[in-house]
Design a protein around this ligand. Structure first.
Ligand SMILES: C[S@@+](CC[C@H](N)C(=O)[O-])C[C@H]1O[C@@H](n2cnc3c(N)ncnc32)[C@H](O)[C@@H]1O
Length: 535
């Protein structure tokens, strides 16, 4: 497939399009968009933009930037139909697109949108283009609803991605591509070790922040020793805010009572946690039926070792630690131990978290610190958890490799692999992805995922579970990746999600969430793998 006219024309960008924060609000937004087309991510340029502005201008700049990015490819296509001759200068195209967004999506008064955008063209030293900018914007201002309809008619994605989505999701294609150009709702996860979702909703109410409780049900059949599968269900509750808000407006946010986390991302920790509990129960049952005396067992049955393989910035890791630290049945310390006389409860939990980007590792530490889940906090707790955070490449890293006593024995009872991916499922929150990703990224990312899986799988104990997660909506990274993995690993069995699941679309392996509904969570894929054999 070839890139279309809506692809960024990076080769025509001047080096000066790096972020320089001066000039009017529109000029700063245009410069930010140029920096993104030059390869910088939205998350790296958003704060510098907002921090450079007076409080009164921040809201407008944010809306202008995010809306332009969300409508980027549709605006580019519209622009191609508006000009008599192709416009090649990226600075000019970007300026006009920023003008179009004001007229078509942000309801800025015509005269202000046109005048200020033309002034912006002069300020970014493209004065020669002011006639063109003015003419195009005036043409659109005469009949904005006609041009808005034209813009809304098709998707706002690069054509290679739209094509791939059509291949993967033909039935959902129209809704999906329209869904991807909308803003995403803001969801909160409530720290269950501190309070309940209901109580936090009440606290939000007191702060005049309206939020709905969202409850997702997950059902899956866990493997057990008797060849049959035991159905299990779990419920995950979070909060959806009616309006996005700054985190410092949230009650006790700094104290770690709540975190911002997409609702579908909130499924990961409970699923792998529940699967691990199922493993423990199955082991207890089989030990009991074999009338095994745990004292004579050489392995330490009271100890668990779990791995978060791509952990930064620590959202799902923190959630898992919250569940472990909670004083209820969601904690691994509370697993029912069959006959309590013969099967003592879990006493030691080791958690290893790795990520290959050092600055992102720092973000894990900061996030855990806020949630009172730092290494120090966890060790001080009544039921202590040993947390080890490591900067390492998951395609090569081996647990204990640097220790003298290292063995090749698998050590992990459960692995959460929230894999690097194209992040096509979170385009609503990171609309720069539709500019920065290329078609080649899919293949490369799928290879990286396969390498990580290949390296981690031997480190999972027999009987253990691996939860594979991506925030991609492309089958190559998801169900096809899993099918390929199972084909090449005889000891891997895909655990079946049941019809009890209130989220996602059933796949040959796993389930896929699509960001279609404006109230729903992001595009995530989940597959739960069980390693055959007794632990
Ligand atoms: C989807 S993000 C993880 C998000 C995280 N689990 C959370 O919930 O906050 C994927 C992570 O994989 C990391 N990563 C990418 N390639 C990696 C590799 N080869 N080894 C280890 N981590 C890697 C990235 O730095 C990124 O932080």
């Amino acid at each position: 497939m070839r890139q279309t006219s809506t692809a960024p024309r990076n080769n025509k960008l001047k080096p000066s399009s790096n972020l320089i924060m001066n000039g009017s609000v529109r000029v700063r937004v245009i410069r930010t968009l140029l920096a993104i087309q030059n390869g910088q991510s939205l998350s790296s340029v958003l704060d510098p933009l907002l921090n450079s502005l007076h409080d009164g201008d921040k809201g407008f700049a944010h809306a202008l930037l995010l809306t332009t990015l969300r409508q980027w490819h549709a605006l580019a296509r519209l622009l191609d139909t508006l000009a008599d001759n192709p416009i090649d200068e990226v600075e000019v195209r970007t300026t006009i697109q920023v003008g179009l967004v004001q007229l078509l999506y942000l309801e800025v008064a015509d005269h202000a949108a046109i005048h200020e955008t033309v002034e912006a063209a002069k300020e970014i030293e493209f004065a020669h283009s002011t006639g063109l900018v003015n003419a195009i914007l005036r043409k659109v201002a005469k009949n904005p609803s006609k041009f808005r309809k034209k813009c809304d008619k098709k998707h706002s994605l690069p054509n290679w991605l739209a094509y791939q989505l059509k291949q993967d999701w033909s039935e959902q294609y129209d809704e999906l591509t329209q869904g991807l150009r909308q803003p995403a709702p803001m969801f909160l996860r409530v720290n269950s070790a501190v309070t309940s979702v209901e109580e936090y909703q009440h606290a939000l109410d007191g702060a005049e922040i309206d939020a709905d409780i969202v409850e997702l049900t997950t059902g899956f059949k866990v493997a057990n020793s008797s060849e049959s599968a035991t159905p299990t269900t779990l419920s995950t509750k979070g909060l959806r805010l009616h309006q996005s808000t700054a985190v410092n407006a949230l009650p006790e946010f700094a104290l770690g009572v709540a975190s911002v986390q997409d609702m579908h991302a909130q499924l990961a920790a409970p699923i792998i946690n529940k699967a691990l509990m199922a493993k423990l129960s199955a082991e207890n049952n089989s030990a009991e039926s074999a009338n095994t005396d745990s004292d004579s067992d050489e392995s330490n049955n009271n100890e668990l070792h779990i791995l978060d393989a791509c952990a930064a910035p620590g959202g799902k890791l923190a959630h898992w630690l919250e569940l472990i630290s909670a004083n209820d049945e969601s904690s691994l310390f509370h697993v029912k131990q069959g006959n309590a006389e013969t099967s003592p409860a879990i006493t030691d939990i080791k958690v290893t978290a790795i990520d290959n980007e050092a600055p992102r590792i720092e973000r894990i530490r900061e996030n855990l610190q806020r949630l009172n889940l730092s290494q120090h906090d966890l060790q001080q707790a009544e039921k202590s958890v040993a947390l080890n955070i490591v900067c390492a490449d998951a395609t090569r890293w081996q647990h204990g490799k640097n220790k003298k006593a290292a063995t090749n024995e698998p050590v992990f009872d459960a692995i959460l692999l929230d894999s690097p991916c194209t992040a096509t499922g979170v385009i609503r929150r990171h609309p720069d992805i539709s500019i920065l990703r290329t078609e080649e990224d899919i293949e490369q990312t799928a290879l990286l995922q396969a390498d990580i899986l290949h390296n981690l799988w031997p480190q999972l104990k027999a009987g253990g579970y691996l939860l594979y997660v991506t925030c991609s909506i492309l089958k190559q990274e998801n169900v096809e990746q899993m099918q390929d993995f199972i084909t090449h690993h005889n000891d891997a069995v895909a655990i079946e999600f049941t019809d009890d699941c209130s989220w996602g679309i059933e796949q040959a392996i796993g389930r896929q969430c699509l960001p279609i509904d404006s109230a729903s969570g992001d595009g995530f894929y989940y597959a739960l793998l069980h390693k055959q054999g007794l632990g």
